[in-house]
Design a protein around this ligand. Structure first.
Ligand SMILES: Nc1ncnc2c1ncn2[C@@H]1O[C@H](COP(=O)(O)OP(=O)(O)OP(=O)(O)O)[C@@H](O)[C@H]1O
Length: 673
């Protein structure tokens, strides 16, 4: 604020002195005169040396046709100078503020952001536009949206899609993020296209502090977004990522036509048809989408998520068990899942426990070498054990395929869920959904590279399809500053991406207080919780979800007292948060007792375990062994708060194709609604 006041005074002063200098040249001009000139518009007079400006008694002069006592002329010019200076300065501030209001969502406006915007980004945008310096404009937007301060205490990234959409008319600017400069698609006046995707284009100024791996991840991200956006903008051409991380695509007049033209190899949503003739038009998700829409977007033909397991594969298990000294084991049947082959057997009751303890020997005998084999009782089939053998030709599943393959019988249930989320596919091909309002908080753990980020990413993506941005707001804490959750940053549901641990602590404290306020509202409305209030249509407060990726990083940055306060506030949120609509997911690759303390764990009753490096890590996440036998890459055990046994799932991955053909379309629908 002070900086602006000083700037205003400087403008006023400059104008004023210039006016006097120009209009009263006959007056002796010296230091004293200049000093007087400074004060002359003020209604009082300061002592002036004789013979200087303003002391010409008894004479009149014309000021643009108006006769004034001569000594009033400089005063009048001074006043005009101040008026014009302040007026122009005020106009500049007004337009700048309007631009700031337009660019920055209400939830994140505060003084600091305004100052930052006004002091150098806004001038840079205006100057860059006037002087045709796109890089200045890009730079100003780019940095601004990486460093904005959300809610007074949260650092986040503003997608600013509206701005970009206006600038580019590219249609998909929302998902590209904050800073794009595209001077026209093919056929437009300019051939060069440069995109600096939010977090994707690694600006040289950001690069220090980045290790090579992180830099590479960001580069990939940039490339990915450029590809998606340009496809949707209908821009043919090839793309490259320059050393500075700026993505170029299209034809540059200086470099001639592009060598590679990749348009046409990208799928067009409109050209897809369903392959199985299913015409389920049940409304699904908050966007009014139907299952038919989903099926149209899914690969054609829609892959099967399970097939029957050949009988000899089950028989093989029975034979090896007999060889190991476990006779009379009955072969029940089996399924070939995405990740594992499941052979179902029923051993004599007396042998069951001993067989369960022999998984390593059985794995060796069945030729799985070091690959783990898991055995578990089958839910709902007393005495039956599932032997889950790793598939050498393991399959992965894309999110849209998983959504489209959801059992028709489950759809009614999903439609009744407050915040439905697709978690993955069981070995027998069932697509598992859950309502996060029942969790209410979740611990996600697994060793590095086990697929935590991918599972979080696909879970969040599935929510953004079923929930509208006004019903669910998401905040993500990502210490990797953007490389972990590529497109999540561009979802219409995401409020902020927090990088500073202090902001996370402040947010949780704020939630704990807001929870109490919400409960007071519920009491007034005579409803027990937000879910009921929303169902009755008497309250439209959004559900709020906070996702913390890598809890250890956060913990390491907090001092003892702050950490205590943080865990105390998580405790305050505890079970009560369920009714109030606040949900928390905490992920860690260090599932150690000293990282996930017992009180914290007690407040995170829903668990998702990915591959762990030891039984004790599995114990920390699930309170039982098992996660150490998983196969990595999204092979997970999901333990809902109220369940006794975990469910094995293969988490879906969000593929490029499903982004293009479905997910981004869903986001666009959300924008339109
Ligand atoms: N569900 C999945 N389907 C297919 N591939 C997956 C899946 N989950 C993870 N992967 C692959 O495994 C690799 C590691 O995944 P991811 O980055 O999600 O692991 P992570 O546990 O978050 O790792 P880190 O802790 O190091 O961040 C990636 O290359 C990813 O493509």
């Amino acid at each position: 604020m002070w900086a602006w006041l000083i700037l205003l005074v400087m403008i006023g002063l400059g104008w004023h002195v210039a006016a006097i200098h120009h209009w009263v040249p006959a007056v002796p001009w010296n230091g004293a005169a200049a000093w007087h000139a400074l004060w002359s518009p003020l209604p009082f007079s300061v002592p002036r040396p004789p013979g200087t400006l303003g002391r010409i008694p008894g004479r009149h002069s014309s000021l643009r046709g108006v006769m004034l006592p001569s000594h009033h002329v400089p005063i009048a010019w001074g006043a005009i100078g101040w008026g014009v200076g302040l007026g122009l300065g005020g106009l500049w501030v007004l337009i700048g503020t309007l631009a700031w209001l337009y660019h920055t969502p209400a939830s994140v406006r505060n003084g600091q952001t305004w100052r930052d915007w006004m002091l150098w980004r806004w001038p840079m945008i205006v100057l860059g536009t006037l002087t045709h310096q796109p890089s200045w404009v890009t730079e100003a937007f780019h940095r601004y949206h990486r460093t904005w301060t959300a809610g007074g205490n949260s650092t986040g990234i503003d997608p600013t899609w509206q701005t970009v959409a206006h600038v580019l008319d590219a249609g998909l600017a929302r998902s590209l993020g904050d800073a794009i400069w595209m001077t026209g698609p093919d056929g437009g006046p300019v051939r060069r296209i440069q995109i600096v995707a939010d977090g994707g284009g690694v600006h040289p100024a950001w690069s220090h502090g980045f290790d090579a791996e992180m830099m590479q991840a960001w580069m990939q991200w940039a490339t990915q977004w450029a590809e998606i956006a340009l496809h949707h903008a209908g821009v043919p051409g090839s793309w490259t990522v320059s050393d500075e991380g700026v993505v170029h695509r299209g034809r540059d007049p200086q470099h001639g036509p592009s060598q590679q033209v990749v348009s046409g190899d990208l799928p067009s949503p409109a050209s897809r048809t369903t392959q199985d003739g299913l015409s389920d038009t049940t409304r699904w998700g908050a966007q009014g989408l139907t299952w038919q829409d989903l099926r149209s977007a899914a690969p054609n033909p829609l892959p099967l998520l399970t097939t029957p397991l050949p009988a000899d594969r089950v028989q093989e298990v029975v034979q090896v068990l007999a060889h190991l000294g476990f006779p009379d084991v009955e072969a029940i049947g089996g399924q070939r899942g995405l990740t594992v082959d499941v052979a179902k057997i029923r051993p004599p009751a007396a042998l069951a426990k001993r067989i369960l303890a022999e998984s390593a020997t059985l794995a060796g005998q069945l030729g799985h070498g070091n690959l783990p084999l898991r055995m578990t009782y089958v839910d709902g089939e007393p005495g039956v054990i599932a032997v889950e053998r790793p598939r050498p030709d393991r399959q992965f599943v894309d999110l849209v395929t998983a959504l489209a393959r959801t059992d028709p019988d489950d759809r009614q249930k999903i439609q009744r869920m407050a915040v439905p989320i697709c978690l993955g596919v069981t070995p027998n091909g069932r697509v598992v959904w859950s309502d996060i309002t029942t969790w209410p908080h979740c611990l996600i753990g697994g060793s590095t590279n086990s697929g935590k980020t991918t599972v979080i990413s696909s879970m969040l993506t599935s929510i953004t399809i079923t929930m509208s941005p006004s019903d669910l707001r998401i905040t993500v804490v990502d210490p990797k500053a953007g490389s972990s959750f590529p497109w999540i940053y561009h979802m219409p549901h995401v409020d902020a991406v927090l990088l500073d641990p202090e902001d996370v602590v402040a947010l949780v404290a704020q939630w704990a207080d807001e929870q109490e306020t919400r409960y007071k509202q519920f009491a007034k409305l005579k409803v027990p919780d937000l879910i009921t209030a929303r169902q009755r249509g008497i309250l439209s407060l959004p559900y709020r979800l906070l996702v913390i990726d890598e809890y250890k990083d956060l913990k390491d940055h907090l001092d003892k007292e702050t950490l205590k306060e943080f865990e105390r506030n998580i405790g305050r949120l505890g079970q009560k948060a369920r009714g109030a609509g606040f949900y928390l997911w905490i992920a860690t690759q260090h599932p150690l007792a000293n990282i996930i303390s017992s009180p914290l764990k007690a407040n995170l009753p829903t668990r998702i375990a990915l591959l762990t490096s030891s039984t004790s890590d599995s114990q920390v996440i699930l309170d039982r062994p098992g996660a150490e036998t998983l196969l990595g890459k999204g092979d997970a055990l999901f333990l809902p708060a109220d369940a006794t046994e975990p469910i094995r799932i293969q988490a879906p991955i969000v593929s490029q194709e499903s982004l293009w053909t479905y997910i981004i379309e869903a986001w666009k629908n959300q924008q339109n609604t």
